[in-house]
Design a protein around this ligand. Structure first.
Ligand code: NAD
Length: 543
């Protein structure tokens, strides 16, 4: 029986543990890391309905910082597994979509508390080991952000359901928020464990069923996510995880009549290709599929002459190099006024030169490895390019060594060409390019910032002068979906800075906000009339 109107507990952000020297938290997390590291190689199945599916096609998993070490295998599937996953999702749909919303909320609130407690070390250690995040980067992503996604989304779900229309006397108007008619395809990137889980959990929380394809390089922590969902009581078939080649999955999914929505995060090129395919298959579908995609960025920091040079250098050092610059929000281009340049340069070079690089097992390492061989080659190619160009100079870094792990030195490039390749293209690695402008050209530089790249994800203005802040906020209105004043452009927190960008950076449906959840429902309006007319004649017809 459900005869009360319930409220979910008020969401508050999960406190970030500092993992300071000598703390129990640090010791127990590192112990878990070592346990996983020394464990015999694991074998990650696909999760299809109530089955754990294994195939003969085993793909090896290795820590990016030590690629010769095998930590496990995952089972690569084919088109038949994609079909099975869709069937399993559709089979689960009836019971799941009818389950009361508070039961769905309870599952994800339980997942939040399990992750805050018994799953925390496991999820963080998996993210450190297989995605090469340091302790802090793992904690803010795999633990805190994901816990926040679960808790805040439960609250937003309730807010959405409470949104009801007006009713005049004699009637009662109601809105029902139906899950989409079909299944959702979640396609997720390697770089955030929390994003991978949330792209499945958000539509599922709203009553949808999901086929999830994680990135190959995130499968190790993806398994922990599936186990967390199971432990929280998510019924089989609601979220089905398949490890298959993207185009193979796309081929089946995007030709299926019940394909109801795409929840994507990844690169712009892939998202555009998927959208085009969906567009050209429109006649195949029962409904117009919802398309939500958060994609690449070329995120900026603009310093004004009134800024504090140390603050600018620190925003750049943290904004560009945490998690090796592999954040969609990472600062990758900076604009520094000539008068501030000597101080910024000195402080930035000092800070970047002091970074330690190596395995996340040593918490003194600020920088770890980039995700895989492909990323390593791509970023190394950019560094070689910078070295060969007359209009660019490497201030610090510039070297790379892939012999043990995929290590790329955090690199600061300065260029005299505001349209230099690394000022325009997303590199997705630890490479920051700076352009020094004349102080009096502040406004012209802001226009340049706005027009240099196709992306519009994050950006920041560093200044003390309030007029400068106001000018930048106005002129850069469309240059970033997340705009920061006197801060680095990374580190958005669920419930505080809803995240997403526009232009080439995505549909800006703001992960971790009610706006996103609204995309996964289709409202039904119900009008009930209490005294129904019995004659067609209106008063105006009377003679
Ligand atoms: P990617 O585009 O290479 O891969 C993303 C996902 O798409 C993976 O699961 C991949 O296997 C899949 N995929 C690739 N080709 C496919 C195809 N043809 N059909 C179906 N699926 C396909 O991205 P990545 O390297 O994993 O992640 C990095 C990118 O993600 C960067 O561009 C970054 O800016 C972006 N990103 C954006 C946000 C955001 O919120 N805006 C957040 C994180 C990452």
């Amino acid at each position: 029986m459900s005869n009360a109107i319930f409220s979910v507990p008020k969401a508050v952000n999960e406190p970030v543990k500092p993992y300071s020297k000598g703390s129990k938290d640090r010791a127990s997390l590192l112990e878990e890391y070592q346990r996983m590291y020394q464990h015999e190689p694991i074998d990650v199945p696909m999760y299809i309905g109530d089955k754990l599916v294994r195939t003969r096609d085993k793909r090896r998993m290795a820590p990016p910082h030590e690629h010769s070490k095998t930590i496990g295998y995952f089972n690569y599937g084919d088109a038949a597994h994609v079909k099975d996953a869709i069937d399993a999702a559709l089979k689960a749909r009836s019971a799941w979509s009818k389950l009361l919303w508070q039961d769905r909320a309870a599952i994800f609130l339980r997942a939040a508390d399990l992750l805050a407690g018994p799953f925390r070390n496991r999820m963080n250690a998996a993210t450190m080991l297989a995605q090469s995040k340091n302790v802090f980067q793992a904690e803010i992503d795999a633990a805190c952000e994901l816990i926040d996604f679960f808790r805040f989304n439960a609250q937003y779900m309730m807010q959405i359901y409470r949104e009801q229309p007006e009713s005049l006397p004699g009637m009662w108007n109601r809105l029902e928020y139906r899950p989409l008619e079909g299944f959702i395809f979640a396609v997720t990137p390697f770089n955030f464990t929390s994003i991978a889980a949330n792209l499945c959990a958000a539509p599922a929380m709203m009553g949808n069923v999901v086929v999830w394809k994680p990135a190959d390089s995130q499968v190790y922590s993806a398994q922990v996510i599936m186990e967390l969902f199971k432990e929280a009581g998510l019924p089989d078939g609601v979220i089905n995880m398949i490890t298959v080649d993207g185009p193979t999955a796309g081929d089946i999914v995007f030709n299926h009549r019940d394909f109801a929505g795409l929840h994507f995060t990844g690169s712009t090129a892939v998202f555009k290709a998927l959208w085009k395919t969906i567009g050209s298959n429109l006649d195949a579908y029962r409904s117009y599929p919802r398309i939500v995609g958060e994609t690449g960025g070329k995120d900026f920091v603009v310093a004004h002459a009134s800024a504090n040079a140390e603050e600018v250098a620190t925003a750049l050092a943290r904004g560009a190099f945490e998690f090796q610059g592999q954040k969609c929000s990472a600062a990758s281009r900076g604009y520094i006024p000539r008068s501030l340049w000597p101080e910024v340069k000195k402080s930035l070079v000092e800070q970047v030169s002091s970074f330690k690089m190596g395995s996340p097992a040593d918490t003194a390492n600020f920088v770890n490895a980039v995700i895989d061989e492909r990323a390593f080659q791509k970023i190394a190619g950019y560094l070689d390019y910078c070295k060969s160009q007359a209009d660019a100079e490497i201030l610090v870094g510039g070297n790379y060594d892939g012999s043990v792990g995929y290590f790329i030195e955090p690199t600061v490039v300065v260029t005299t060409n505001s349209n230099f390749r690394t000022m325009v293209e997303e590199i997705f690695g630890p490479v920051l390019t700076l352009y020094v402008y004349e102080d009096e050209a502040f406004e012209a530089t802001l226009r340049l910032v706005d027009q240099t790249s196709d992306y519009a994800l994050t950006g920041s203005i560093m200044a003390k002068d309030r007029y400068a802040i106001e000018t930048a906020t106005t002129l850069l209105e469309n240059a970033a979906g997340n705009f920061y004043i006197n801060d680095k452009p990374t580190g958005a927190v669920v419930g505080q800075q809803p995240f997403g960008g526009a232009r080439g950076s995505g549909t800006n449906d703001k992960a971790g906000a009610a706006m996103n959840l609204l995309r996964w429902v289709s409202a039904r309006t119900i009008k009930e009339t209490f005294v129904t007319p019995t004659n067609y004649r209106y008063p105006f017809l009377e003679q």
